[in-house]
Design a binder for this molecule. Structure first.
Ligand code: CTP
Ligand code: MG
Length: 394
């Protein structure tokens, strides 16, 4: 559980949660604020987050006729009080503020029920900013280009300089925002409470918002990230190639001096082949033969580097980065030890990751079996892939 803000920071801070909308864009059988999100009703997330930082009371504006559902959704959160909301968001806020007036809080956080994730640091920044201003709001800079559109066509570019996306909670000195709402012309609507504050001549400070404060708006916003995209994935690979006279010996992308080399259709880098299979295995993309058939003359003598680069690119496209890889080369000769560091560096280069995420080990089979007799070299590999939400490539 989140630790409360220091008692000084949260004392005298009350909250309004507006949960009286219809959730038309999200659709669904119940208004979105009562729909299940990550195992509990959406509104419960924001109410619990505010209660956890010591904010009280928390007045929740709900739609007419939804009392029983709201009570159940918010059961057990001691600071919560329900009030009936209005026809617009602004009216819902105004009604909730009126319900708070007898409590005479010093400050109030006005928050959307539809924003389930509320980082404590944002609340702290908002309250801190209130020391100097009547209001403070969390914002994020606009990073994409901005254009005006008309009839589905690009009309004109708009400079994004000085533009911000506005989030909630928005923080205000209670008396000031209550007076501002009372003074607002009810015929007009307001985008947010900062607009109401501005109309009343209140100064509103911008503080840094947080991407996690995103608003659940559409039905797809309720879809959980699939388990397959949230957790690391692991794959393993194994390969053997025959040792032959007159061949170069490539292992882990490094040419190793030896009187024999590995025979195969490509450069027969057995260690890279095992690693490619491990990566393909982790993303469920078959094996190296599916992607680079030995029957295809195109791959004759091909450097295995490109097979590895291809597997890494496939993983990236699927939303995964390489967490770490571990390769074991199994042979009696040559000695691998002196080349291990160069192999780690080379594999890291091909995969575009630091060498310390790459392990190369070697072992013998005590002169037993095909590797023990020097007939061939075997390799096995394990790869762990991690989801890369921010960096998914097109
Ligand atoms: N809200 C409210 N009273 C209203 C309208 C909206 O309390 N009359 C609340 C919503 O419940 C929500 C927040 O204001 O928590 C932000 O509004 P929005 O995301 O637009 O929610 P809805 O209005 O419910 O959704 P939609 O616009 O898709 O119908
Ligand atoms: Mg709305």
């Amino acid at each position: 559980m989140t630790a409360p803000l220091s008692s000084r920071a949260s004392s005298g801070v009350a909250a309004v949660i507006v949960a009286a909308g219809k959730g038309l864009r999200a659709g669904g059988e119940v208004p979105k604020q009562f729909a299940m999100f990550r195992g509990k009703p959406l509104v419960r997330h924001s109410a619990q987050a505010l209660a956890a930082v010591g904010v009280a009371p928390i007045v929740v504006a709900i739609p007419e006729g939804w009392d029983a559902v709201a009570q159940q959704a918010l059961a057990g959160i001691a600071a919560v009080r329900l009030v009936q909301g209005g026809a617009t968001r602004r009216q819902s806020v105004a009604l909730a503020l009126e319900a708070l007036a007898p409590d005479q809080p010093e400050c109030v956080l006005i928050h959307d029920a539809a924003r389930p994730d509320l980082p404590q640091a944002v609340v702290a920044r908002l309250i801190e900013a209130l020391a100097g201003q009547a209001g403070s709001i969390p914002v994020l800079p606009v990073v994409d280009s901005v254009v005006r559109g008309r009839d589905g066509m690009r009309d004109a570019a708009v400079s994004r300089d000085g533009l911000y996306r506005v989030q909630t909670p928005q923080a205000f000195r209670f008396d000031a925002i209550l007076a501002a709402h009372r003074a607002w012309d009810d015929a007009a609507d307001a985008g947010d409470d900062a607009e109401v504050a501005e109309a009343a001549g209140l100064a509103v400070a911008l503080v840094q918002g947080d991407e996690r404060l995103r608003k659940v708006t559409f039905a797809e916003d309720f879809e959980e990230t699939p388990v397959s995209e949230r957790y690391p994935r692991t794959g393993m690979g194994f390969d053997v190639h025959r040792l032959a006279e007159g061949e170069d010996l490539w292992l882990c992308g490094v040419k190793v001096p030896h009187h024999m080399g590995l025979a195969g259709h490509s450069d027969a880098d057995v260690a890279i082949h095992a690693l490619v299979d491990a990566i393909l295995g982790a993303i469920g993309e078959g094996d190296i033969g599916d992607h680079f058939p030995p029957s295809d003359p195109k791959w004759k003598g091909a450097s295995s580097d490109r097979f590895l680069a291809h597997a890494v690119a496939l993983a990236r496209r699927g939303g995964f980065g390489i967490g770490n890889v571990d390769v074991t080369i199994i042979c009696e000769a040559p000695k691998i030890g002196p080349h291990k560091q160069a192999m780690r560096v080379r594999l890291g280069e091909i995969m575009g990751i630091p060498a310390d995420l790459v392990s190369v080990k070697a072992t013998t089979t005590e002169r037993l079996g095909l590797t023990g007799r020097g007939e061939g070299i075997a390799a096995q590999a394990v790869a762990t892939l991690v989801p890369r939400f921010e960096e998914i490539e097109q």
